[in-house]
Design a protein around this ligand. Structure first.
Ligand code: ADP
Ligand code: MG
Length: 253
């Protein structure tokens, strides 16, 4: 198949970078339903890696396994660093202000409340929520809620962030702004991001590497290294390579 050729530029062998997460042949079933079948993947410090797959392919289950919420049936998992997990639902508490929601995990860990609030306050401008710190989630737009949720995850994380379809519920205009914003924030804060999406274009735009999962049971069909426009990811949207890669990935799913 001609499309295939676009994906054939093989992923460079792991360059000995510091692996923060390594999964080796992870399998999981719920009762008789096989959800994940021998999934292996890795992510190194500073990378942006996406897990792309149709709904029901076990993506959220994979994150639940990585974070230890759910045990795997088989396989091994190594995590080297502190993980922050932003689940598919934003889970902001409606009765708490934006700032109190953002510092909630730190409060729960028993950290000094004043210091936590100062830490959060210092990043409020970066997520564009200055002036909204003392509002309630219901007074925020979808994109603002996602940004608050992102900052909460970031403050509770060490170096690794797991983001489960963070922009899935947003309209395409807000989504585009959030994607650009996320790339900027990743550069500024120097975090490692493992990102779940079912949106092919989104995965190409944001990622250094993409793992393509098949539908149930989730199996890694392909590992793709996105080499073009690495230093200017927003520019990928205007690059014909994006369209070619998109078609090639469509052919896999
Ligand atoms: P994705 O995030 O890719 O949409 P999920 O990991 O949420 O997929 O779910 C994969 C499959 O596993 C779905 O069919 C879902 O119904 C099933 N599943 C997820 N969690 C459970 C659970 N706790 N018990 C039984 N089945 C589950
Ligand atoms: Mg999911």
């Amino acid at each position: 198949m001609q499309d295939r050729a676009v994906l054939e530029k093989k992923v460079p062998a792991s360059s000995g970078d510091e692996a923060l997460i390594t999964l080796d042949r992870i399998s999981k079933s719920y009762g008789s339903a096989e959800i994940l079948n021998k999934v292996s993947l890795n992510i190194s410090k500073g990378e942006f890696v996406s897990i792309l797959g149709p709904s029901g392919s076990g993506k959220s289950t994979l994150f639940n396994i990585i974070t230890g919420l759910v045990p795997a049936d088989e396989g091994t998992l190594h995590v080297n660093g502190e993980i922050g997990y932003m689940q598919q639902k934003d889970l902001l508490l409606p009765w708490k202000t934006v700032l109190d929601n953002i510092v909630l995990p730190l409060d729960l860990k028993g950290f000094d409340k004043k210091a936590s609030r100062a830490k959060a306050d210092a990043l409020i401008d970066r997520i564009g929520l200055r002036g909204y710190e003392h509002r309630y989630p219901s007074q925020l737009s979808g994109g603002m809620k996602q940004r608050a949720s992102f900052l909460r995850t970031f403050l509770a994380s060490g170096e690794i962030m797991l983001l489960d379809e963070p922009f899935g519920a947003l309209d395409s205009i807000t989504k585009g702004k959030m994607q650009t914003w996320l790339l900027e924030v990743q550069k500024e804060l120097g975090v490692t991001i493992l990102f779940i999406t079912h949106d092919i274009e989104e995965s190409i735009l944001l990622s250094d590497r993409i793992y393509v999962l098949s539908s149930r049971p989730g199996v890694v069909k392909e590992e793709i290294s996105v080499e073009f426009d690495r230093s200017n990811k927003p520019g990928r949207l205007l690059n014909p390579e994006l369209l070619m890669m998109k078609e090639a990935i469509k052919g896999l799913l």
